[in-house]
Design a protein around this ligand. Structure first.
Ligand code: SD4
Length: 331
């Protein structure tokens, strides 16, 4: 298949099951109410994430509430989903590429614009922890493939088989047809991107995914790319993305949203503009989903997506809420 054609089709990659984690009963102040669309006013500290990953925001909140840093909060928060075997789009249990290999992408960024990323990492359960090590222990920002894996072993990470029986079975089924059909919102778009502000007012972000199910070997999307899947500027705010990574990369979506906030837009307005830039580049084709979330220095939040159905979690002193995101298309 020609590259352009594959990328076009990859917007229509076939289905998975969107996992909706249950909130742990021991979590303080959990609120399963639906918030209003575009819950905008925030407080500090705050943790937010893409989709309904309430266990992840609960973990991040625990760190923030105890006075921990936003960096530790996002790191520990997204790890919850990396370790969640039921989540087939992040970490262990993630769906493999076409050849049956689970390859993971992750990045992390702190208040001083330090960042680290791993791309197409295999056999390591927590790519976000390796990304943090890249940030803290090397002079580099990104490590890819075998080099990233080697680095992880040197840092003491253990080799692990990431392909669960469930994901393996589904992949074997998929191979019978290798058929790509879009199913909006359950087409593998439950990457976790998380943003947090700690009690000091400092912002950090993290993003982690197994990427598109049944992707070409070596394919990397937006999630580990600083500026595309995640961007943080401690003076302004942060943004992160979920959905068809190729489209987010084309507009450097998360960086764009932070820059729009720098120009005075609210997180909500900035997310809307981010989605509209993607729409403008896809006038004839809107059969894919993108969701952005953003936060500014005050803890105000925003979210926007192409198709209805995207939600995001917010955790503040005022509660723990799954917020439906407004969408460009209405149905
Ligand atoms: C990617 N943005 O690799 C990711 C896809 C996604 O859950 O959101 N997966 O393009």
């Amino acid at each position: 298949m020609k590259r352009r054609k594959f990328i076009k089709n990859s917007g229509a990659l076939t289905a998975g099951i969107l996992t909706t984690p249950v909130i742990a009963s021991s979590t303080p102040k959990v609120n399963n109410e639906q918030g209003p669309i575009n819950a905008a006013k925030g407080t500090i500290p705050i943790a937010i994430c893409t989709w309904d990953f309430g266990n992840a925001t609960a973990k991040a909140w625990e760190v923030l509430n105890a006075g921990g840093s936003s960096l530790d909060a996002v790191h520990q928060g997204v790890m919850v989903e990396e370790d969640n075997l039921e989540n087939q789009t992040v970490g262990t249990g993630g769906r493999p590429d076409r050849d049956g290999n689970v390859t993971l992408d992750a990045c992390i960024m702190d208040k001083d614009a330090n960042c680290g990323a791993v791309l197409a990492l295999q056999n390591i359960a927590n790519p976000i922890s390796v990304a943090r090590k890249v940030m803290e222990e090397t002079p580099h920002v990104m490590l890819v493939g075998k080099g990233a894996e080697q680095f992880a072993y040197e840092q003491g990470f253990e080799k692990k088989n990431l392909l669960t029986e469930k994901s393996k079975k589904e992949w074997e089924e998929w191979k019978k047809t290798s058929n790509y059909k879009p199913i909006i919102n359950i087409e593998n778009h439950d990457t976790i991107g998380m943003l947090a502000i700690d009690k000091n007012g400092d912002i950090s972000g993290a993003c982690t995914t197994s990427g598109m199910a049944y992707k070409m070997a070596g394919r990397v999307g937006d999630s580990p790319i600083i500026g595309a899947g995640l961007y943080v500027d401690n003076e302004i705010g942060g943004a992160t993305a979920t959905g068809v990574g190729e489209e987010v990369v084309r507009t450097v979506g998360s960086f764009l949203i932070v820059e729009l906030m720098r120009q005075g837009k609210s997180p909500q307005e900035a997310c809307e503009e981010g989605v509209k830039r993607i729409i403008a580049k896809n006038k004839d084709k809107q059969d894919f989903q993108i969701g952005f979330i953003a936060i500014n220095k005050n803890g105000d939040t925003g979210a926007y997506c192409i198709h209805p159905g995207f939600t995001y979690r917010t955790y503040t002193d005022e509660g723990h809420i799954n917020n439906p995101s407004a969408s460009y298309l209405k149905s």
